[in-house]
Design a protein around this ligand. Structure first.
Ligand code: EPZ
Length: 429
């Protein structure tokens, strides 16, 4: 296992290229199952989760070619995916348990070949992560679903039929599974109370390039008219708004100044509003975003996570790190996941003052955090500890960095290039 070692207290200055979004690339890769032609994705980030999805698709019979990517000096990898024939409809436990997004092969397999056997993903550190909304929606499209021995057995021997699907709560994954399945269903499907995340819109725009008939992307009501088949397409993965928000907070917490190349301000309204209230300037440039602290310390700002366009839950831990160094207090409420405060005890080891009451955490800003040895528990919690380490006095050692590798491409390289004293090493046995 690797460790990341940070000597804190350095201001970040320079520019960081924002990678393609992990949470867009994963459903886009699953969409390749919907056609026998080649789907060519560019600006694909080089991440562990992408490799896991590629392995999962390959065992379904998809030919996967990754040409390009950071190691070849490319900006973003090009991934060609061709599901000429589906050789297996099974998504096995050992792959699905590594990455919950594997459940996104369910809708496309059902739509393409009328059958799927997908391991239940199981929970993860941040919550039980049920998939009931995915299954109920697919049943409304005519799928027969049986849960047996930890697997979802889904079948639609006569194909799927369009229907009105009302989601009782907003679900990104369920919206994406139903969006893909409905493309090849007979007739019209309406997804009501659909997720509006930019990654859902990016998937929909790619499906339209593949020949799908979709309206209402970005709204909470998406209408899909099924077609006979879909064809190949070329699509560039949308920039990662969560990576953008993470590095914007890195600039703020170190009192630095960063240019985030390729960042899209229009996907970060709620985040920019919070940062500006906290005393951080976020300016749009023709290359992306320029971020710096206006003057004086960061001010405490209350935050509540909500479905898009609200404040993203995937930036909650990073915001807590930033508020731990603010002047004043901040109430941070997590309304999406039931257990997404694992970073609190680790931040406390660095001197943060955070009191959790149910879904809310009261953060009282401290003038100075101190470096410590800490443990990563999940992807976004891990990066909140990196942010705290960048600002803390002394050395921070972060263990279990495999969590980070799932979602942040070249994290230490991007930060070191802007002046951070950050290195990776093999953990002592
Ligand atoms: C996606 O997860 C993202 N993952 C998550 O990012 C992100 O935090 C989440 O959306 C919310 O924005 C990917 O896109 C791969 P949901 P997803 O379905 O689709 C409940 C990261 O760090 N729910 O929108 O699994 C669920 O428990 C990851 O990159 C049901 O009850 O999230 C949660 O409380 C973490 N039944 C809420 O809905 C269901 O069938 C939102 O979940 C599905 C979800």
């Amino acid at each position: 296992m690797d460790q990341i070692v940070i000597q804190g207290g350095r201001r970040l200055k320079g520019e960081i290229r924002i990678s393609g979004a992990k949470n867009a690339a994963l459903p886009l890769m699953a969409a390749s199952l919907l056609t026998a032609d080649t789907l060519s994705l560019s600006n694909v980030p080089h991440l562990a989760d992408i490799a896991t999805m590629a392995r999962l698709l390959a065992q379904h019979g998809v030919e996967v070619h990754m040409n390009g990517g950071a190691e070849n000096g490319f900006d973003g990898g090009v991934l060609d995916l061709k599901a000429g024939t589906i050789s297996s409809v099974v998504a096995p436990y050992d792959l699905v348990r590594k990455m919950r997004a594997s459940v996104l092969v369910l809708g496309p397999l059902l739509a393409r070949v009328g059958e799927a056997k997908v391991s239940l993903p199981g929970g993860c550190a941040i919550g039980t992560r049920p998939v009931d909304l995915h299954l109920h929606g697919l049943e409304l499209l005519g799928a027969e679903i049986v849960l047996e021995e930890g697997y979802i057995h889904a079948s639609a021997p006569k194909g799927l039929t369009g229907a009105a699907v009302v989601f009782p709560k907003v679900s990104v994954g369920a919206t994406e599974n139903l969006l893909m399945a409905a493309c090849l269903a007979r007739g019209e499907t309406q997804l009501i109370n659909a997720a509006r995340e930019p990654e859902v819109t990016d998937l929909g725009e790619c499906l339209i390039k593949m020949g799908a008939e979709i309206e209402g992307l970005g709204s909470d009501k998406i209408t899909i008219r099924g077609v006979e088949k879909l064809h190949g397409a070329e699509h560039a993965v949308v920039a990662d708004r969560i990576e953008t928000g993470t590095y914007a907070m890195a600039a703020a917490i170190t009192d630095g100044e960063l240019d985030l190349i390729g960042a899209r301000a229009d996907h970060l309204d709620a985040v920019i509003k919070v940062l500006e209230e906290a005393g951080v300037t976020v300016e749009e440039t023709n290359r992306g975003l320029h971020v710096k602290r206006t003057n004086g310390p960061v001010r405490g700002v209350d935050v509540m996570t909500e479905p898009y366009p609200g404040f993203p839950t995937d930036l909650q831990a990073q915001t807590m790190a930033l508020m731990s160094t603010a002047e004043g207090a901040a109430m941070i409420t997590e309304s999406i996941f039931e257990n997404r405060f694992m970073h609190v005890p680790e931040l406390a080891r660095m001197g943060a003052n955070v009191n959790v009451h149910g879904a809310s955490a009261m953060v009282r800003g401290q003038p100075q955090l101190t470096g410590a040895e800490v443990m990563a528990t999940d992807l976004r919690a891990s990066v909140s500890l990196v942010l705290a380490g960048l600002a803390a006095q002394g050395e921070t050692v972060l263990n279990r960095v495999y969590h980070l590798d799932r979602g942040y491409e070249q994290l230490e390289q991007k930060l070191a290039a802007c002046g951070a004293a950050i290195t990776r090493r093999r953990a002592p046995q």
